[in-house]
Unconditional design. Structure first.
Length: 155
């Protein structure tokens, strides 16, 4: 299935292998940047997001050879599932599309990137500024979630 066709199709109508298609594109260095950007955006949809896609998104975030725009999109795509997992607290693990272990792994990496002065905080040339916002969770622990904030460019 063509990635652009996925974009134009409501997620509930995506084929069962949509997540594998997206994962293949995210993990490929032979794909155009525009396709990887689209795959990164689609990866965050609740119909497909799972531990494997989170690992691929985290890999993009860790890889300094990836474009800042792609890294920013990867962080933003993680936002909804991390927020949902944080709210649900894994009381019923079947209700959360990722495992608790993956949730904590993603939080740890985002925190490391947030405090690393060598990591660009702005996605230059894009419409998003990446801010990782620390907040208290229901357990009293501090959590870091990526929060997209428009820069006003092209809004």
């Amino acid at each position: 299935m063509d990635l652009k066709l996925l974009k134009d199709t409501p997620p509930w109508d995506w084929p069962k292998d949509a997540g594998k298609i997206i994962l293949g594109i995210l993990n490929s260095n032979q794909v155009d940047e525009s396709d990887r950007l689209l795959a990164t955006e689609l990866a965050g949809d609740f119909t497909v997001i799972n531990d494997e896609l989170v690992v691929a998104l985290l890999s993009i975030l860790r890889n300094s050879d990836e474009s800042e725009l792609l890294q920013g999109k990867a962080a933003i795509s993680l936002g909804p599932v991390l927020e949902y997992a944080d709210i649900e607290r894994f009381e019923d693990p079947d209700d959360v599309p990722i495992t608790e272990q993956m949730f904590h792994r993603a939080q740890e990496l985002l925190h490391k990137l947030y405090v690393d002065d060598n990591v660009p905080k702005n996605v230059r040339g894009g419409y998003w500024k990446l801010q990782c916002v620390p907040h208290k969770t229901g357990t009293g622990m501090q959590s870091v979630l990526p929060t997209p904030v428009t820069t006003g460019i092209g809004d």
